[in-house]
Design a protein around this ligand. Structure first.
Ligand SMILES: Cc1ncc(COP(=O)(O)O)c(C=O)c1O
Length: 383
């Protein structure tokens, strides 16, 4: 496939009409765990599904093209994609991470530090001067970025951080889960690695847990690919099949997610019971300018803080309609969640305070329902 194809064409065409056996238009699903040798001493392209699989490869190749990388690996979850990056580090390597990253990322890197595998420094990466001072002094081997962050939607300047990282030869990995390749391409801004929880927008149908790692350079890809096979972190073919099906409609879905999120953010902004609304599309959001500059859209996620803390939150969850109270995000269905007790539960109360997660905070994943119904369902919770 030509490099010049536009994103929607890449997603639509991935693997289409490549079946030489029967001419099936949609690429077949290869569930087989193993592939026969042509003859003794002569392997075919594939031999064992943990190492490589044709169905998984179509998804990996499409995501690699969408992100502008040289190679990609499909993993069994977003967390296995993150573990894979942690596994390419050497013992005692140093990692700078955002103080407001996804709770699972925080838990993984903190646990690895506790058992003596690596060293971490969690910090506010939006303060570029302070970050640079830390980079110069700490000399990290890896800088982990999650932008926009979960759940406060703070975006950080990928391009500038990558320039700072280069001065100390640190790798930069970006968790691009919240925007998907439709709305942000970190490799094009200078990052070395992109990871995704494909569980979210890329699959988009809330029926697969999966992940992906895409590397800019071939040598980085080779290293990551070695560890993916070594540790057995690669994803199941059926999951790849479903995720590829989701990918076909990614950019269409992202447009509606964003439209609905923007409308909900407006409703919340005009409601007296709401203290703060976190949506980068709102001009007062602290990341509005950087989001406008480096993203192709503001995305479908937003958070808001209710006046009245936990008691108000409990009442809201009891009354809200058309939003399921559940973890996860990025599916066709609208969700609400309480980051304090759900996604950010691995953090201590002090750590939550440090990253701005209050008891009154509610996160919304705007789905694809009709916006009039979503607004009336949200108002039921607020009223
Ligand atoms: C930003 C982000 N990264 C990574 C993950 C982990 O992904 P998974 O649940 O697929 O392991 C999540 C999960 O919610 C997430 O929100």
């Amino acid at each position: 496939m030509s490099k010049k194809l536009k994103k929607d064409t890449i997603s639509s065409k991935a693997g289409i009409a490549t079946d030489k056996e029967h001419g099936s238009v949609v690429p077949p699903l290869y569930l087989s765990s193993n592939f026969a040798f042509k003859k003794f001493g002569k392997e075919q392209k594939y031999n064992y599904t943990r190492s490589a699989n044709p169905t998984r490869d179509i998804l990996a190749s499409a995501l690699t093209k969408l992100e502008g990388g040289s190679g990609g690996i499909i993993t069994s979850s977003g967390m296995s994609a993150i573990s894979l990056i942690a596994s390419i580090l050497e013992i005692n390597d140093r990692v700078i991470l955002p103080h407001d990253c996804y709770g699972g990322t925080f838990r993984l890197f903190s646990s690895l530090e506790k058992k003596g595998s690596l060293n971490t420094r969690f910090m506010d990466q939006s303060n570029l001067e302070e970050l640079n001072a830390n980079i110069q002094e700490y000399k990290p081997n890896l800088i982990w970025i999650e932008t926009p962050s979960n759940p406060l939607l703070q975006s950080v300047d990928i391009k500038t951080i990558c320039k700072q990282a280069k001065q100390v030869k640190a790798l930069v990995a970006v968790d691009n889960t919240f925007l998907s390749p439709a709305l942000q391409n970190p490799l094009k801004l200078g990052a070395d690695i992109v990871i995704h929880s494909t569980t979210k927008y890329i699959n988009g149908h809330s029926d697969v847990v999966g992940g992906a790692v895409i590397a800019k350079k071939k040598e980085t890809f080779d290293k990551i690919n070695f560890w993916a096979n070594n540790l057995g972190l690669t994803g199941a073919p059926f999951d790849s099949y479903l995720t590829l099906r989701g990918l076909r409609t990614l950019s269409l879905r992202m447009k509606t997610h964003e439209k609905n999120a923007a409308a909900l953010a407006q409703v919340l902004s005009n409601n007296k019971k709401v203290k703060t609304v976190y949506y980068p599309g709102l001009e007062h959001h602290s990341s509005h300018e950087i989001a406008k500059k480096q993203q192709n859209g503001f995305g479908g996620m937003l958070s808001f803080e209710l006046k009245g803390g936990l008691p108000a939150v409990k009442k809201f969850f009891k009354k809200v309609k058309h939003f399921s109270l559940a973890d996860s995000l990025g599916g066709f269905e609208s969700l609400v969640c309480h980051p304090y007790t759900m996604t950010q539960a691995p953090l201590t109360d002090k750590e939550k305070e440090f990253s701005g997660i209050t008891q009154g905070l509610i996160r919304i994943s705007a789905g694809l329902e009709d916006i009039d119904d979503l607004i009336s369902g949200l108002k039921k919770g607020l009223d």
